[in-house]
Design a protein around this ligand. Structure first.
Ligand SMILES: [Zn+2]
Ligand SMILES: [Zn+2]
Ligand SMILES: [Zn+2]
Ligand SMILES: [Zn+2]
Ligand SMILES: [Zn+2]
Ligand SMILES: [Zn+2]
Length: 435
């Protein structure tokens, strides 16, 4: 080395500027040997020395050794790239670890981790086979012999079961019910099956196991058929599982219980209301609304008063206006005895009324009936007329004609106070005696 050459003098000056000292030649013409500020000797290219781009390898290595020691490890040598080294870990295993990770202690012995997973698998009667889809999963051989990917945590907790064995079991359970397992359901408790009827349906595992299968499609088809048999049409669901919405034979849409539909035990409320309306109209009345129970409705009566009347009484016309009746009690009235003749039939009719002629029009007698008044007796009030009439009934009730027969003639009212014509003298005598 020519210490006097201008190049060497330049290298000496450049080294001095970096706090270093040029000591001599290097391994080849590109390198020189320097003493660094730390006192260690090292070969460096003069160009790197000039710009200060160098590091003491001896100091750096002793720092890495210190860092390893502080993590309980030993630096063994180079790794497979610049940024890592091979270390002996405190567990006794060797591992290549990034310098940064060794410095911060952010590493684990991979051998120990694998050994641990193997041990955990063994405790569950399984065998660790290899990697899973990510760091949380591994591939295991289960006790049944099947391979399956399971999280390491599930393996640790024994929280797993063989999907292949499960499917086999579910298949067998389905076959035992005459069904076929087709695939997954909406969650782990459901599967899609083909039922014995051929329809596909989602059913819980427990219901399949217990044979509690009901094909919704067949059930619906059944309800459609049952409705059709009643002349109805199934339109859709009802207020609960036992009800459906139907179109009835009359055309009206109504919710009916499926059981009631099956046996035809239903009626159209709209049509029924229409019928009640017609019946009321036939009596000169008007249906206004509901009554105290299913047998009653509120009507405007032919007198104009509003009153609840039984639908049956409205149909037969056998109702009385209580308001009119009350007025009637306090107004003058007449007890009367009538002779009624319809063809070969004739009988006597006892009663009281404000207007005898009007009263007879309410009896609903056949049009050919001949009515003649045998006797009348005026009273100051309807109440007194009623007391008189009732006393006559009391005296002669054994002679009274059967109401059931008289209803054949008295289709409107008045069937209850009829007597045979043989009673004419007796009853006329009662009227006479009262005067
Ligand atoms: Zn050094
Ligand atoms: Zn280890
Ligand atoms: Zn299995
Ligand atoms: Zn079916
Ligand atoms: Zn209807
Ligand atoms: Zn009235």
């Amino acid at each position: 080395m020519d210490w006097d050459s201008p190049t060497t003098k330049k290298h000496i000056a450049e080294a001095k500027a970096q706090g270093c000292e040029l000591l001599g030649t290097g391994r080849d013409g590109y390198f020189r040997t320097y003493r660094l500020p730390c006192g260690h000797e090292q070969e460096i290219q003069p160009g790197a020395m000039r710009v200060g781009r160098f590091q003491c390898q001896t100091c750096f290595t002793s720092r890495l050794k210190e860092e390893a020691k502080s993590q309980g490890c030993t630096l063994l040598g180079a790794g497979d790239k610049k940024g890592n080294r091979t270390y002996l870990l405190d567990c006794g295993h060797e591992q290549v670890i990034l310098l940064q990770k060794m410095r911060t202690g952010a590493f684990r012995c991979k051998t120990c981790v694998v050994n641990n997973l193997k041990k955990e698998a063994e405790l569950r009667g399984c065998e660790l086979l290899g990697a899973g889809k990510d760091c949380h999963y591994r591939t295991y051989r289960l006790p049944c012999g099947h391979e399956q990917v399971i999280t390491t945590r599930s393996m640790r907790l024994g929280n797993f079961r063989c999907q292949i064995c499960l499917d086999t079991k579910l298949n067998e359970e389905a076959n035992a019910q005459g069904c076929v397992l087709l695939g997954a359901g909406k969650n782990a408790n459901y599967r899609i099956y083909s039922l014995p009827c051929g329809h596909e349906q989602e059913i819980t595992l427990a219901n399949m196991r217990g044979g509690r299968l009901r094909c919704q499609i067949c059930l619906d088809n059944n309800l459609i058929e049952e409705a059709r048999a009643q002349g109805c049409e199934l339109l859709g669901s009802g207020k609960d599982a036992t009800y459906r919405t139907y179109r009835l034979p009359c055309g009206h849409v109504l919710e009916v219980g499926t059981g009631a539909m099956r046996i035809g035990q239903f009626r159209c409320q709209v049509c029924f209301d229409n019928k009640l309306n017609e019946e009321a109209k036939a009596q000169g009345c008007e249906l206004l609304g509901s009554g105290k129970d299913a047998n009653y409705r509120t009507y405007r009566l032919n007198c104009g008063h509003q009153q609840e009347v039984g639908t049956r009484e409205m149909r037969t016309g056998s109702f009385r206006c209580q308001t009119c009746e009350e007025f009637f009690y306090t107004l003058p009235s007449n007890a009367y005895l009538l002779h009624i003749k319809v063809g070969a039939d004739e009988w006597l009719k006892l009663g009281y009324a404000k207007d005898v002629d009007f009263r007879t029009t309410r009896y609903g007698l056949p049009s050919e009936a001949e009515v003649s008044v045998l006797a009348t007796m005026p009273f100051d009030t309807g109440k007194e007329a009623q007391v008189f009439e009732q006393s006559l009934h009391k005296n002669h009730k054994r002679k009274r004609l059967p109401v059931k027969e008289m209803l054949n003639f008295h289709t409107g009212s008045g069937a209850t106070e009829c007597y045979p014509v043989t009673m004419v003298e007796t009853l006329l005598a009662e009227f006479k005696n009262a005067k």
